[in-house]
Design a protein around this ligand. Structure first.
Ligand SMILES: Cc1cc2nc3c(=O)[nH]c(=O)nc-3n(C[C@H](O)[C@H](O)[C@H](O)COP(=O)(O)O)c2cc1C
Length: 150
């Protein structure tokens, strides 16, 4: 049976969404049953059932979550410490080194999921404005690791 993979994006101007869609196509080519959703299109209850997760999330304002991610971030923050024990995840953070709080939102997701008991299967990558090649590389590596999760 195909392995399921959830791909979530937090975005304001579409970069993270584009990367998430690309990751979904690659995942499907590699035999996953993959699904892409905005962070405003999933509940915490659904997240608790997920085994494999890739997050693509940009940072806005002054180190803040993008608009479609803030409510979900707050909801996950309310989970108890062991709610996400079955979850294997990786975070790709999008940002711009011109800002003081570079890739802060992605860093927050990476830390939050670990705090809630999830397993960081893939090390986070923090991407500057020329993210395309780095992101593609990260996605390929991440899919290889996700494929090892039974
Ligand atoms: C108004 C504004 C605020 C931003 N604030 C930050 C920030 O605090 N830290 C950071 O690393 N990047 C920041 N960025 C850069 C975005 O995260 C970056 O452009 C990203 O690629 C946008 O991805 P998205 O289209 O998925 O939202 C900011 C960009 C804009 C236009």
């Amino acid at each position: 049976m195909a392995k399921k993979l959830m791909i979530l994006f937090g975005t304001e101007t579409g970069n993270a969404e584009m990367l998430a869609e690309d990751a979904c196509s690659s995942a499907e080519s590699n035999g996953f049953e993959a699904e892409v959703r905005g962070m405003d299109e999933i509940t915490v209850e659904e997240l608790c059932e997920v085994q494999r997760l890739l997050i693509y999330c940009s940072t806005w304002g002054d180190g803040e979550q993008p608009d479609n991610a803030q409510d979900f971030f707050d909801a996950v923050s309310e989970c108890s410490a062991s709610d996400l024990t079955g979850l294997n995840y990786g975070v790709l953070a999008l940002g711009d080194t011109a800002f003081d709080l570079f890739c802060e939102s992605g860093k927050e997701w990476d830390a939050l999921l670990e705090e809630k008991g999830a397993n960081r299967l893939v090390e986070r990558m923090d991407c500057d404005t020329d993210f395309e090649d780095d992101a593609e590389f990260w996605t390929e590596q991440s899919l290889e690791k996700m494929a090892t999760v039974e």
